[in-house]
Design a protein around this ligand. Sequence first.
Ligand code: SF4
Length: 193
Amino acid sequence: MEAFYTVQGEGTFTGHPAYFIRLGGCDVGCVWCDVKASWEAEKWPVESIEKIVEGALKYPGRLVVITGGEPLMYDLGPLTTLLKEKGFSINIETSGTHPFSGHFDWVCFSPKKFKEPHESIFERADELKVIVFHKSDFAFAEKHAEKVRPSCKKLLQPEWSKSKKYTNYIIEYIKNHPDWNISLQTHKFMDIP
Ligand code: SF4
């Protein structure tokens, strides 16, 4: 769908410059999705893996974030192999709803209520990032936290349009459940993509 060099605004790598590769196509259907234009893969041009990697090499940063859409709709083995050959660290942001593929340095698993995750994600997740849009999302977060590895970092992030309402809830929640941290969409405060 698009690729751009920016600063990672959310999650564990907040503040790191990174080249984002956003793959078109998503079958999850989150009501609050802020990239609905990504849903129909056919709307976006097919790019060769070589051309995608060439785009990343134009910038000095060597961190790539593969996102979507839902990137695991594709076999990410070939793209991540080539990125690794060129010396990139590779992160992924995924809802985990398709079988895991590819070689990653950091896996951000952000489960969604609209589609069940595939079992393969639980042992791969380095970070569990749950978007809080409704009070019931805290229980949803805990349900998924039971299935990830003990080392997996646990983050609660207010959905942008509800952040006024839920940031305070999250602050109180993590003060009482200190194994969770808060993540904010700082790129939206910085007004960068
Ligand atoms: Fe949008 Fe991501 Fe949900 Fe897909 S998984 S609908 S891209 S927020």
